[in-house]
Design a protein around this ligand. Structure first.
Ligand code: SF4
Length: 678
């Protein structure tokens, strides 16, 4: 039996998979040796995908409340309620909250319906929680959300710096690539992370910065490069603009011991080919955009960008966070990397042939759920995500969902913490059941392909959205025959923003063989050589951005610790898929709070005992794991567990809803907290 080539359902590495269907809802999984993202490698989550494709717990029929209904009735209900809401309260009373799990074709039609035809900017995505700060930083530095690296750069770097990334657990196939580069080429590795993670354990140098200490560290590092005469003045003069008082802002303490900083600076100085990978530790911060720009400043000022083995490289969390960015699925973008200027709005309105285009940016995730809570949003359609668990201050989000006059949930699972509140549940197709595209961290587009026939009455998200569009009077604009048809329109539209038009012109789905898909190159904006670089910002020049270290929050007597959050190696998001795999549960069977032994002995916590973790936003119970990987002033908890899985470990309830002012991304990594024996 021939293998079907597809792409992993989980993280932004975007590994190619060769899948063989070996029985009814049974599939054997192997890495696709020809896929450039992984060259046959897979991590534990990818390898065990076959254990998660059963139909147990699936939502297989449309439901209104607890009543099983026909599709026609469910769609009439959704379209009718949406239309009534727009007519009575205006378009901004409607919102969509979508997901980096959707395929690009789903994302495209959701964005087109919301911004183009309902006329609301209120479509945001769970990618807001994952990489919005990287997007904002790219836009500030380059003039556009450009990713100036590819995985190949890891193969030829002399030095790789990981910032806020437990790569060995969260992006394991990238980690394997890094390990291979270290073995074969002697590439050195620096890890910047408050915790001594498994990744940090294996680095040549670990800088245990304080929470949110990254801006000070990178400013000080650039100051040190300036002092050593290693700023590339020719590159700066030719390719960058520099704001007033930029160099003064570099005069700060690095926040780590002098000898550690000096060693780090030596390694950077010796390595013109440096790649800095940054992930959620940088992004999920109330100063996340500044952190990302501090990293980008270093690369621009030292000319370590747009050449082989050099550049700042944001690693995305979800399989299609990048595809969502590209179609414009964030509320802060209009479509295909276009914003809301008059000219951009006119281009989009002409392309979509609409008079209903939204007037401006919509609400970002945190504000969107606040608007649901206070009644400004009266119709909310959630697709492929579980905000009742994953959002910060999740207790508040649950209140908002309970109050919402109409909540529609498109889901693959029958029961989730979010769908409990739904008035209408629509059964969606999941991984292995539908066709479409995803874009990975290096902007390589790959196919996801159907392995099984659709179960029950489930439908692809793009089909469901098009049906609702038809019933709300926009049929001629949503008359797509297939996902490929959607992709074709999106490809044509991408030409509006220029930079991406070329890529897609070459790769329109119907005209593209599988081999061409799989060898597509990630976008580069000006060739590999600095002299050829032309940035999308005005004048073709990138911008250094003046950023200053955030003020350390004053200690709250009732909450003396700082709470950090993150992933376990073998789990994904809120475990609606990975929780189905017995093998994946072996690594960590329950949520644990990592506590330093000194703190534990001071307050009477025992290893393996239970502890109550509290913040100003909520409280939950965790098993205690004594660990010297965290400082005495910090504790760490995993993000995955929900009501349906455990009586404790509900991390979303604990996290502050405070956001970065530029990106709207919440600060998951640094909430005031306390801990006590249970
Ligand atoms: Fe899937 Fe990511 Fe693992 Fe690759 S690294 S197999 S994309 S989870």
């Amino acid at each position: 039996m021939a293998a079907i080539l597809t792409t992993c359902a989980y993280c932004g590495v975007g590994c190619g998979i060769a899948a063989k269907v070996v029985g009814d809802r049974k599939v054997s999984i192997a890495g696709d040796k020809d896929h450039p993202a992984n060259r046959g490698a897979l991590c534990s989550k990818g390898i065990h995908l076959g254990e998660t494709v059963g139909l147990e717990g699936r939502l297989l029929h449309p439901m209104i409340g607890e009543e099983r209904v026909e599709w026609d009735r469910a769609l009439d209900e959704v379209a009718g309620r949406m239309r009534e809401c727009v007519e009575t309260y205006g378009p901004d009373s409607v919102a969509l909250y979508v997901s980096g799990q959707l395929l690009t074709e789903d994302y495209y039609v959701a964005n087109k319906l919301a911004k183009g035809f309902i006329g609301t900017g209120n479509i945001d995505t769970n990618s807001r929680l994952c990489m919005a700060s990287a997007v904002a930083a790219h836009q500030r530095a380059f003039g556009e959300d450009v990713v100036p690296c590819s995985y190949e750069d890891l193969d030829c770097a002399e030095l790789i710096v990981l910032v806020g990334s437990n790569t060995a657990w969260c992006h394991p196939v990238i980690w394997q690539r890094i390990e291979r580069a270290r073995e074969q080429h002697g590439t050195r590795l620096v890890v910047i992370d408050p915790r001594r993670t498994e990744t940090a354990e294996r680095a040549d140098l670990h800088l245990a910065v304080r929470p949110d200490g990254d801006v000070a560290l990178f400013n000080a590092l650039l100051g040190e490069m300036l002092a050593r005469g290693l700023v590339d003045q020719d590159f700066l003069a030719a390719h960058c603009t520099i704001p007033a008082q930029f160099w003064d802002s570099l005069d700060c303490s690095p926040g780590v011991p002098a000898e550690v900083f000096s060693r780090f600076a030596d390694m950077v100085a010796e390595s013109p080919r440096t790649v800095t990978l940054f992930s959620q530790g940088a992004n999920q911060s109330v100063g996340g955009t500044d952190k990302c720009n501090a990293i980008t400043n270093l690369h621009l000022a030292t000319g370590r960008i747009n050449r082989p083995g050099a550049g700042p490289f944001s690693i995305t969390g979800q399989p299609n966070a990048m595809g969502g960015r590209e179609v414009g699925g964030l509320s802060s973008m209009l479509a295909v990397h276009l914003g809301f200027s008059l000219a951009e709005r006119a281009d989009v309105a002409t392309f979509w042939k609409t008079d209903h285009l939204c007037k401006g940016p919509g609400l970002k995730a945190i504000d969107l759920f606040r608007a649901v809570h206070d009644g400004r949003i009266k119709f909310l359609w959630i697709m492929g995500t579980n905000p009742a668990v994953s959002m910060p201050d999740a207790g508040f989000v649950r209140e908002a969902l309970a109050r919402c006059p109409t909540l529609v949930v498109s889901e693959i699972m029958a029961e989730t913490d979010t769908s409990r509140f739904a008035h209408v549940r629509l059964p969606a197709l999941g991984w292995g059941e539908k066709d479409g595209t995803v874009t990975n961290s290096e902007r390589r587009i790959s196919r996801q392909r159907a392995l099984f026939t659709p179960p029950g009455e489930a439908r692809a998200d793009w089909q469901i959205i098009c049906e609702v569009a038809r019933l709300t009077g926009f049929e001629e604009h949503f008359s797509f025959d297939s996902a490929a048809d959607v992709f074709r329109e999106y490809a044509a539209m991408s030409a509006l923003s220029g930079a991406y038009g070329k890529l897609f012109d070459l790769t329109a789905w119907a005209d593209c063989s599988d081999a061409e898909y799989d060898t597509m190159r990630p976008f580069r904006w000006g060739g590999r050589h600095p002299c050829a670089a032309r940035f999308p910002a005005e004048g073709g020049k990138a911008r250094l951005v003046r950023v200053t270290a955030p003020v350390t929050p004053s200690q709250q007597p009732d909450f003396p610790l700082r709470l950090n959050t993150g992933r376990y190696r073998d789990q994904w998001h809120t475990m609606t898929r990975t929780g189905l795999s017995p093998k994946l549960s072996i690594h960590r069977r329950e949520p644990r709070v990592e506590v330093h032994p000194d703190v534990a002995s001071e307050i009477g916590l025992l290893d393996g005992g239970l502890a109550r973790v509290g913040t100003p936003f909520g409280e939950s119970i965790y098993r205690v794991e004594l660990s010297e990987a965290v400082r005495p002033s910090e504790i760490f908890v995993p993000m995955h567990w929900s009501d349906g899985l455990s009586a404790g470990g509900r991390t979303g309830r604990l996290v502050q809803p405070t956001v970065d002012p530029h990106s709207g991304q919440p600060g998951f990594k640094n909430t005031a907290a306390r801990i006590a024996p249970f």
